[in-house]
Write a new protein. Structure first.
Length: 128
């Protein structure tokens, strides 16, 4: 359904450091900067772009918005979370762990990136 996700940043270098770390913890490669100054990440068929807003106004995060990243294991989610916190992100909500939801058990970890965008690492747990 989705072709890509774009997040705004007020400091591209700071954001690249953060996203290189969290995408790297998922097994992805560092982002590359295109001719327009956007940082582009491609991993497992997904595309994430980090850019200064086209309208020239400051980047702000979406109130109520969350960008979810699929994890291969709870350990990968923990590494993602730790990489984010170590590189300018902020741990939010409950600590990483299993939560029960309408779709069954999920291992979740939440961060805010350096510009305040809410991110989630998610691993659906096998049925008991």
């Amino acid at each position: 359904m989705f072709s890509h996700v774009v997040v705004g940043s007020n400091d591209i270098d700071r954001s690249k450091k953060f996203y290189d770390a969290v995408i790297g913890a998922m097994g992805g490669k560092p982002g590359f900067v295109d001719a327009k100054g956007r940082v582009i990440y491609m991993h497992n068929g997904g595309l994430l772009l980090v850019t200064k807003p086209v309208d020239g106004k400051p980047a702000t995060h979406a109130n109520g918005g969350t960008i979810g990243f699929t994890m291969e294991s709870p350990e990968q989610a923990d590494a993602w979370h730790a990489a984010g916190v170590a590189n300018g992100g902020t741990a939010i909500e409950d600590p990483p762990g299993i939560r029960q939801g309408g779709g069954g058990a999920m291992y979740l970890a939440y961060l805010r990136d350096p510009d305040g965008n809410k991110l989630c690492a998610l691993r659906r747990m096998p049925a008991a």
